[in-house]
Structure formats: structure tokens, C-alpha cells
Ligand binder design. Structure first.
Ligand SMILES: Nc1ncnc2c1ncn2[C@@H]1O[C@H](COP(=O)(O)OP(=O)(O)O)[C@@H](O)[C@H]1O
Ligand SMILES: [Mg+2]
Length: 274
């Protein structure tokens, strides 16, 4: 067992009925000589309203951990709970945004966003209104009738985020969502995501390769290492100008405070591999 990674204080002051608790969660793929310990058994607690970034090299188990929380993958060991309930499969309360947009190409953007609401039996007029509002929120007002292929990569990512948010999830899981975007679009979407997180007070778990992106976005960074996959650092992030209602500006990226944390984490990742 690795050291427990927990958040003993409920610093967000949020409703703990949505607390995410992983107890001795481990994942082993394959068997015999092909066996891979993707996640060594770990404990992890994430409170409502936290913005947690997972960073680490390829193969350290980031996607595996996200898939377990999403309910796509049942871990080979341990239990995952949200509030007092076991996670036993995917649910709209846990929305997932992937790196490659997974919009349905044969549906309009509007119908992509309505999809989950329709599946849950929401009446047509109501779901149309909700989807329209959500497209406005993510800056895609007026694009509802387009097909996904008519949108740029950044707009497709916004549409994916709208499709997840419209279900009003408690937890948003994002797996390298901005990895394929150009730097300007990426920065714009980072700031939009921070705005949204401040406004909606969701829990966000965000996987990225970029230590800088992780520090800029999050209230907490978990650094992971491979062979076996595990969390090696659990670091709270506080940056100049942070306030409960404020949104970080990209200007904070140049501050010594952010850069020092970035160096600290990057060195830890490097040392773990040398
Ligand atoms: N379905 C699978 N079957 C076998 N091995 C897998 C599977 N998914 C992931 N792995 C292995 O588990 C480890 C962790 O993978 P992953 O969670 O995708 O890491 P990351 O997202 O950090 O790159 C890697 O060694 C990967 O090859
Ligand atoms: Mg991955």
C-alpha cells in the first residue's frame, strides 16, 4: 500500500455528501507475464468543489484512474464511493470530456448536447431550451444547427463540455481535453473552464501532461509515477491573487510563485524517472 492521499480538511466548505472516496483502489491489467499494475492500491479523497489536476508521464495510470471514477472500469481492487454510494457504472452525475471530441457526427451540435437529456426522458421543449442555454454558456450560441465537422477543434471541445454540463454533473472528469489544441485556443479554454468552475462550483478532475497547465488551473495537483502507477505527490496550489470568488488570470503564469511550484513538481517527476 502506498501512503494514503487524503484531504483531511474540508477547505472548500462544500456539501460533503458529494465527497469522492477511493479506498484501496488498484487496477491490474492482464495476467502472468503480461500483467501490468496500472494502479497500485491507493486511498484518495476529493471534496466537492476541488479542482484536481493529475500529471505524470504516459503510462502512469491517469486514464485508468479517471475511468474508474467515471465508472467505465471496475477496479480489480478496492471501492469507489461518491457521498455514501458505491460507484458501479457510468452516470450523468459524473461527466467525462476526452481529448478527441466524441460528438456524434450524424447529429447537429444542438442534438449532441440534448442527447443525454433525451435519453433520460426529458420533454422536447425543455431539453431544447437547456441545450440552447448551455451552448450560449460555452460560447457556441448560434452554432446549434451545425454538424460537429463544421466546427474548429476548440469549438468541438466547447460542444463536448456543453454536452457534459447540461446534465448538471457533480463531478467533471477531463482526460487531456486541450492536448490537441493550439496554444491560444488552449489558453482561452483554460480561462473559460476556470470561470465555469467558479460559477458552478463543480468538482473537476483534469488530466494533463503539462505541469504548467496543472498548476495554473488547479487547487491541488496529484503527481503520478509509473511501474507501478501511483500518486507520489499531493500538492495544494495557492497562487497570488487567489480568492474564493475570483478567477485566476493567465498573468499569474509568469509569477515566481507559480514558476517555483512548477519547477518543484517538474523536478520531482524528473527525479522519479532517473
Ligand atoms: N485495457 C488495457 N489493457 C492492458 N493494459 C492497459 C490497458 N489500459 C491501460 N493499460 C496499461 O496500464 C498502464 C496505465 O495506462 P493509462 O491509465 O492509460 O496511463 P496514462 O493515461 O497515464 O498514460 C499502461 O502501462 C498501459 O499500457
Ligand atoms: Mg491517458
Amino acid at each position: 500500500m502506498t501512503e494514503p492521499v487524503t484531504n483531511p480538511d474540508n477547505e472548500t466548505g462544500a456539501d460533503l455528501s458529494d465527497r469522492l472516496t477511493l479506498t484501496s483502489v488498484g487496477q491490474t491489467y492482464g495476467s502472468g507475464d503480461d500483467q501490468v499494475v496500472a494502479l497500485s492500491p491507493m486511498d484518495l479523497t476529493i471534496d466537492p468543489g476541488e479542482f484536481v489536476c493529475l500529471v505524470g508521464p504516459s503510462g502512469c495510470g491517469k486514464t485508468t484512474l479517471l475511468q474508474i471514477i467515471a465508472g467505465f472500469l471496475e477496479p480489480t481492487e478496492g471501492t469507489v464511493m461518491i457521498g455514501g454510494r458505491h460507484i458501479r457504472g457510468p452516470a450523468p452525475e459524473r461527466g467525462v470530456v476526452f481529448q478527441a471530441p466524441t460528438l456524434y457526427p450524424w447529429l447537429s451540435v444542438q442534438h449532441n448536447v440534448e442527447f443525454g437529456l433525451k435519453a433520460r426522458g426529458m420533454p422536447k421543449a425543455e431539453r431544447a431550451q437547456k441545450a440552447t442555454e448551455m451552448l450560449e454558456t460555452v460560447g457556441l450560441g448560434g452554432f446549434g444547427s451545425r454538424r460537429p465537422y463544421e466546427l474548429s477543434g476548440g469549438m468541438q471541445q466547447r460542444a463536448q463540455i456543453a454536452r457534459v454540463l447540461v446534465n448538471d454533473p457533480r463531478v467533471i472528469l477531463m482526460d487531456e481535453p486541450y492536448g490537441a489544441l493550439d496554444p491560444l485556443t488552449r489558453e482561452r479554454l483554460q480561462v473559460e473552464l476556470l470561470n465555469l468552475w467558479r460559477r458552478e462550483r463543480k468538482t473537476i478532475i483534469f488530466v494533463t501532461h503539462s505541469v504548467e497547465e496543472a498548476v495554473f488551473l488547479s487547487t491541488r495537483v496529484l503527481v503520478m509515477c509509473a511501474r507501478p502507477g501511483r500518486v507520489t505527490i499531493d500538492r495544494r496550489i495557492e497562487l497570488p491573487g487567489d480568492s474564493p470568488d475570483g478567477v485566476r488570470s493567465p498573468d499569474v503564469i509568469a509569477t515566481p510563485e507559480l514558476q517555483n511550484i512548477k519547477v518543484e513538481l517538474a523536478e520531482a517527476i524528473y527525479n522519479a524517472h532517473s
